[in-house]
Every structure is written in C-alpha cells, then in structure tokens.
Write a protein that binds this ligand. Structure first.
Ligand code: NFS
Length: 663
C-alpha cells in the first residue's frame, strides 16, 4: 500500500513539475499526457541518470569491466582504481576525450559530405546546385593559397573542393584554417603540439589513445582531445560553414518565424529535421514547384508548408526564411499536433522515439541518409547526383499522406514568433562598420568605451534534465541587461527566437542602456542568431576579427568574452566547448558536467588549463550564477586590458571616426 502511495505521489509530482517555459510545448505535453502518449518529458521523470556514468567514473573500454571508480565517500578511504589500475582521472579523461572525438567526428563528417558535394557542384555534376557567393569563394580560396588571379571561377571552385576534401585525410602539416587564428594563438598551439594535422587523423589517434592500456596521462589526453576538437572547430565545422555559404549563399539578416504555430491545418506540412542542408535546400525548391503544388491541391490541401527543426532549420531559415517548428525537445511535439504529414530526417539529434510517436498519428517518418536509418521508417535515399528527384519524391510522399490526416486529432498551438536572423561574420562586419567601411572597428571602440561590456557566445542544446529553454533565456537576459552582446547558435538560438529576443525591439525591453543604444542605432537585436552548431566556427572567425581589429589584446584569450552551453546534452557540445577552450575562451556548461567523478581531472579543466591555454572550462547549473561568472570573467579581462575605467558614452559616427583616425 505504502509503495502504491509513493508511486502515486511521484506521478503527481511529475505531473505538476514545470517542464518548459515554451507555451506551445506545454500545450503539447498536456495533450500527449491526456492521450497517454509517452514523450521525452515523461521518460526524464521516470528514468534517472546513472550517477556513476554521469560523473565520468565508469570505464567500459574493455571486457574486464565495466569498472566503476566513484569518488571515495569517507575521508582517508583509498580511491578505487579499475582492474588494470586505471585511476579515476585517467578514466574521466578518457570518457571526456571520447565524447570530444565523437562530437568532432559528427561535425566533421557533415563537413566532409559538404566538401564532396561542393566538388561535384564545382565540376558541374549536380543539377540544381551552383556557386551562390563567388566573392566568398575567392576569399576562402585565398586562405588555401589558390591562384585566384589566373583561374576561372569554376577552376577556383574545383581546386578549393579538392583541397577541402584533402583536409580530412591529411597526415602531415597543419590544417589550413588554423592559419586564420591570431598569430599568438597559433604559436601557443604549436608549443603544445595541438595544431591538427588532418581532421580524421586526430580523431583516430584520440580513439587509439583512449583504448585500454594506451594513454594514461590525463593531461596528455586533454591535449589530444583539443587537437581533435580544433580539427572540428577550425577544420570540419569551418569547412562545412564556408562551403555551404559559397554554395547556398552567405546569410544576411532576414525575417523569419518560429514555433509550432508555423504549421497549417489546411496545408501539407513537412518538417525537415537534422543537420545537413544539402537535401533540405532542394526540398525548399521542390515545395515551390508548380507540379507539387498542383498535386497538393488535388489531394485537398491549400498548399505546402515546409518548416525546419534543429540545425537543418537554422540552415534553411537563414538562407530562405523558411520557418522553424521548434528546437530539439519539440520533435515529438510536432508529431503530436496531428498535422504533420512527413518528418524528413537526415543525421544527428533525431530521437528514435519519433517513430513510436508517429504510430499514434498519420505522420510518415522518412529517413534520407545511408548513415542514419530507423527501423520501421520509410527510406528515400538522398541521391547527391540528383537531389531534385529525391526532393520531389519526398514531397510527393508527404502530399500523398495528407488525406490520411485525422482532422479530429489536429491541435496546432497558436504560438508563432517573429524574429530577425542570419548574422554571419560578414554581416556583423558590414552592419557595425557601415556601408562605406565594413569593419569591426566600431564594435571594438564600443567595447573599449564600455558601452558594450563584452561578448558572450551562448549556444547548444535542450536538456530535459532542466526546464526546456529556461536556462538559456535566464542567462541571456541577464547578460544583455549587463550590456553583454550575445552571439547564439543551435537550439539556444531557437529558444531566443521563441522568446522574442531575436527582435531589435527586445533591446529596449531587456538591455542595459549602453547595449540598448547601440542596438537601436544600428538596428540589430541584442542577441545575434549566427546559425547552426557547425556555425560556431563563425564565432571563432568573428572573435579573431575582433582581435585583429586591434585595441583588445592580441589573442582570443585577451578578449572580454565568454561562452556557455547551459542546456547541453550532445557529444558535439563537448567538442565545441573544448575547441573554444583550446582557442582561449572561458566556457561554462550547465545541467551536469561529465568529469566530476575525478576531482583531479576536473580541477585541471577548471583551473589548470587557463595557465596553459588562456581558456578554461567551468560548470554552473544555476543560469543566474552562470551569468555572474561570465560577467566577472569579462570584467577581469577588461581590467587586464586597462579598459575597466573607460566610460565613453558617445556612439561614434563616421565623421568622428575619421577624426580619430587622423590622430
Ligand atoms: Ni547542436 Fe544542432 Fe540542438 Fe544540440 Fe542537437 S540540434 S548541432 S547538438 S540539440 S544544439
């Protein structure tokens, strides 16, 4: 009896717990619970994380274990080691390194796919794709020392494609994009033997070193983890971003909208979910095809609505203004609207449960990548040589499914929020510098003058161990209130979009006076949406541009800047965090931290690294405290630069700038 009572109470508590600050998501949680359909929000209540695994104290790298080496509870009790003698710090470091390897592999394999398609496009082998940004093609080609003066656009593109593909398998030398970093950073990387030789090589070596009986020095493992992660940030992810921009267009600010309310009850609804824009770019075209629209009408629909989810959403939103249906924790919710005719997925962050959720409705789950199939789902393979045909097949399947929709089961939340997105590094340069002289100078001046206190990158996932979206929003609101401008990507960017923080008008409501003035003058939101998670490489490029502009030190670690992923959950987030730390940034993670089982290793990440690399890790589950720590770090950097006293309150116009230059 007592057991039953306990169970009932646990159920009641779970039902009353605040799970999201997104009203549309809350509406769907209520609905799925009423219908008895289980979602991730329910599973997060009933399945608790394994405490030993969560803190990195479980080693399952060989069959003598798994060995569990949690921290000793009692004073004086000896710390357990694995059967092979592996210490807690070695085990935690190996686990952490493997996360970084997997995350780097995910981004980089995406980058490789883009590079291969880019090369085919350059050779004219793929109908429908082309070079949309020839100017960026030339700029990137120059990084690779391609003779842009004497080659045609096509020749440049072919050469660039070949060199980018080769970056993955390179065995010697240094990854080309690492030369974009400030010189001081490059020297530091060389000193610590951290510059990646080839993208694949560093990941393979990291997997080797974490195999049973190989690298047993947690510091040495941390360095190789950085080498692999740098091969992501300054390699695979950067190649993905740059080549996607050249092929599909470099984002410029456009209006878009977000949340489940973008779905329509009288149109065919298709969501593209995942990460690679290669296919979704063509799905965008196919949805506007008169033949497809005609077919949709024939089936009784008024039109076709295409929306995105997760990072694919960010990609097509930034380039085409295609709406976003939601972020990571909303994938099952989109199905529960009963109005989704096809969920088209490629790779990464796709929950296996979507297939199960779809069983309750008419939604067709369509997989498209040979790398990511799903038992029971329909598979329409993305044929890269003929993306138009694949895209049309997919759209046709969705249209054919429209008549199967059960109108009685349709509940589309009303929430739909406007936003301004698409702040690439190039756009920020242009917007802040003005039409005549694209430059980061005004940004640097305003940081030096104190109107902008510093820069924060807030990125990363949703994690149902916390309240959906809440940690991102609390943190970001506190930062902008304190005049810290925020750059955002991934699911964090979507949380901001849903809350209205990506509108220029939000500056007045949420920002401190310095940042509010600037946003108003330039006409930008205080939170700049820079794209998908691979586009965190844009933040590296922007940070480097700020360093090179001058006046704020000569390395990324000198900048009054900090990064955070308050709701992280993916291995990709560890890779991103580690390449930012290795690039000199102070990075905070929320929710949980995967190494706390070893005090020694965690101390090294949180304290020891700063002396060696200028950047460091930290963990803070409370978003308000996280904001305070970031601001304190920004202020520390301002003091080191000698700009902590600066209180220039005048926003410079071009004339004043010329006077300043003349001095
Ligand atoms: Ni990033 Fe994009 Fe979202 Fe996290 Fe997943 S979608 S790549 S990993 S959950 S931010």
């Amino acid at each position: 009896m007592a057991e039953k009572k306990k169970e009932a109470k646990a159920k009641k508590d779970a039902a009353e717990k605040v799970l999201t600050v997104c009203d549309a998501t809350q509406q769907m949680i209520d609905l799925t619970r009423k219908e008895g359909i289980e979602t991730i929000f329910d599973r997060a209540q009933t399945m608790k994380p394994c405490p030993i695994g969560a803190e990195g104290s479980c080693c399952k790298n060989c069959a003598m274990g798994p060995c569990r080496v949690p921290p000793s509870k009692k004073e004086g009790e000896p710390q357990k080691v694995g059967l092979c003698g592996a210490t807690a710090e070695t085990i935690a470091a190996r686990n952490f390194a493997r996360m970084a390897a997997a995350g780097s592999a995910a981004h980089s394999d995406h980058g490789r796919g883009v590079a291969e398609v880019f090369l085919m496009v350059a050779k004219g082998e793929i109908p429908g794709y082309g070079i949309k940004d020839p100017q960026k093609l030339v700029q990137v080609a120059m990084d690779f020392d391609i003779d842009v003066e004497n080659l045609s656009t096509q020749e440049i593109a072919i050469k660039l494609g070949e060199l980018c593909v080769a970056e993955f398998g390179k065995q010697e030398g240094e990854l080309t994009f690492t030369k974009r970093a400030p010189l001081k950073r490059q020297e530091l990387w060389r000193k610590h033997n951290m510059i990646p030789r080839g993208i694949d090589r560093e990941i393979v070596e990291l997997m080797h070193r974490t195999h049973m009986g190989v690298d047993q020095d947690y510091k040495n493992l941390t360095t190789q983890a950085a080498r692999a992660a740098l091969g992501d940030g300054w390699g695979g992810a950067m190649i993905a971003t740059e080549l996607q921009d050249i092929m599909f267009g470099t984002p410029v600010p456009i209006k878009g909208n977000i949340n489940l309310g973008v779905l329509k009850d009288d149109e065919v609804n298709i969501i593209v979910h995942g990460h690679e824009p290669l296919l979704s770019e063509m799905v965008v075209v196919a949805c506007q095809d008169p033949e497809m629209l005609e077919l949709a009408k024939k089936k009784g629909a008024k039109g076709i609505t295409l929306a995105g989810m997760c990072c694919t959403a960010n990609e097509i939103l930034m380039r085409h203004g295609i709406p976003i249906a939601g972020n990571f924790l909303q994938q099952e919710m989109a199905i529960a609207t009963g109005a989704l005719d096809a969920l088209v997925v490629d790779v990464q962050c796709i929950m296996q449960s979507v297939k199960e959720s779809a069983e309750n409705y008419h939604t067709k789950v369509i997989t498209t990548s040979p790398k990511a199939k799903m038992t029971g789902a329909e598979h329409i393979q993305f044929e890269e040589h003929d993306p138009v045909t694949t895209a049309k097949q997919i759209v046709t399947a969705a249209i054919e499914n429209f008549p199967n929709r059960n109108k009685k089961k349709v509940t589309i939340p009303k929430q739909k929020q406007d936003m301004v997105i698409g702040f690439s590094h190039e756009t920020i340069n242009y917007l802040l510098g003005g039409t005549f002289r694209a430059s980061y100078r005004p940004l640097n001046d305003n940081i030096i003058g104190g109107r902008i206190r510093g820069i924060a990158g807030v990125v990363g996932c949703n994690n149902p161990r916390g309240v959906h979206d809440e940690d991102h929003l609390t943190l970001i609101k506190e930062l902008i209130k304190n005049d810290v401008i925020v750059l955002t990507t991934g699911c964090s960017a979507m949380a901001c979009g849903k809350a209205g923080l990506l509108l220029p008008e939000s500056a007045k409501q949420y920002c401190g006076s310095g940042l509010a003035d600037i946003c108003e003058t330039v006409g930008i939101p205080p939170v700049l949406h820079m794209g998908a998670c691979v586009d965190n490489s844009r933040i590296l490029v922007a940070a480097t541009a700020v360093v090179k502009e001058g006046g704020l030190g000569d390395d990324i670690c000198d900048l009054p800047a900090a990064g955070a992923a308050p709701g992280w959950m993916s291995e990709k987030a560890i890779a991103i965090g580690h390449y930012f730390v290795a690039s000199g940034v102070y990075v905070l993670f929320g929710t949980t931290f995967p190494t706390t089982g070893s005090k020694k290793f965690t101390d090294y990440l949180f304290n020891g690294l700063e002396e060696e690399w200028g950047g460091k890790w930290d963990f803070e589950p409370d978003p308000m405290k996280m904001a305070q720590k970031m601001i304190a770090h920004i202020d520390k950097k301002r003091a080191a630069l000698g700009i902590d006293k600066a209180r220039e309150r005048v926003l410079m116009d071009m004339e004043m700038r010329r006077e300043l230059d003349a001095v």
